[in-house]
Write a protein that binds this ligand. Sequence first.
Ligand code: FE2
Length: 256
Amino acid sequence: MLLTVDAGNLWNAAREGLLAPVTSTALEANIPAHLRDPENRWFGLAVRARTIMYSTARVKPSDLSTYEALGDPKWKGRLCLRTSSNLYNQSLLASLIKQYGEPATEKMVRGWIANAPTYINGDTQILEAIAAGRCDGGITNTYYLARLVSNDPSFAVAPFWPDQNAGGVHVNVSGAGITAHATNKAQALALLEYLSTPEAQAILAGASFEYPAHPGVPAHDLLKKWGTFKAQTAGVAAAGEFQAAAVKLADRAGYR
Ligand SMILES: [Fe+2]
């Protein structure tokens, strides 16, 4: 079995022929179609949102709206971002290309870059920089904030859910597939199916602060406090399908 993070990684593994297609009514029932490979070679097991994070001391939620609006000049010098070589950001851009097309996504990225973001390589480090006042907002995965808040409930950074009247918040998965050359395929399938059950989903999501992939399993209490949001429904496979386009787009737009 291959168990890894990011649909982009899973998509590339499938494209290289490393994963075997699976026929499983349990997996198809437990994992929504947009969180798995259309050809059933991999399945998302836990969901993370890559969303806007802001300083609760210096930013009001009403100052925020969409990913694109981070390109508003009012954010000049106030953003912390990871570089475009980070796979999470490549998957974010790939999903935005899928949702809005290349021209609109390129315009969005050019807006961010025009605001001269501070580049920081680490989601946790971005959140710590926001809390410390080095920047007022950024984009990170949700579980990194959950870890920090679970250690320090007064940590002064909160998530904002962008694009609620448009394509929704970017979501990605950690997930798994059965390797093409697995010698114990039946046992691997049994494990994969178990990981999709409500029992295992609750354990997985509770341990990693990710959202359960199974829609019937409640999120961790700490995540529940952040409210619900409209997530992208176009399919996490876009992270792979548009990865090369995302890298080229970032390069054109001057996104380091
Ligand atoms: Fe991560």
